[in-house]
Design a protein around this ligand. Sequence first.
Ligand code: E4P
Length: 218
Amino acid sequence: MKFFIDTANLAEIQEAYDLGVLDGVTTNPSLMAKEGITGQANILAHYKAICDIVDDNVSAEVIATDYETMVVEGRALAQIDSKIVVKIPMIKDGVKAIKTLSSEGIRTNCTLIFNAGQAILAAKAGASYISPFLGRLDDISMDGLELIDQIVTIFDNYDFETEILAASIRHNIHLIKCAEMGAHIATCPLKVILGLLKHPLTDKGLEIFLADYAKGNS
Ligand code: E4P
């Protein structure tokens, strides 16, 4: 399973990268705004700064919602760095843009996926990744994990090459269940990645080992 970090914060990206387990980064316009990155030139420069930290897979989202402008924007984003994956929303023009960009060899990540039908459409258009938002489904009392399971089954049935990028992950159980179900990638905040380290018995066990060592070596 690949781990992406879901942030535009350079320090957090660096921290996850330094841990040695990071395979990519997802951003979106809200995450860029949260870091105070505004203005097209600054946004493009920030994508480049992210690419300079990680080895591959930096999702950069288009702002346009019409086919022609999305394609132009997608090509420009792909020019920033070969690590860029162009993130396109699941709308009619977005599906067309995915088809065009993927036929040009530009990797795409279809975002804002909330049902299996949307996932199938994006995969058929040639998306490299699809991003089902499981936390946002949970927020409206639906079962986000059930959607991941359904998409894994469908993609397996047809050997789709599109990878399932489980997004909007809020906690460790989300991530572990996605791994059990066979999602190819999970994108999550740094706190979820670091949360995987934690177990009280690990801390307690280490404390006992160190205390016993100190007793015998003091
Ligand atoms: C990732 O690609 C998504 O933009 C992100 O996971 C959305 O997460 P949120 O629902 O916590 O905003």
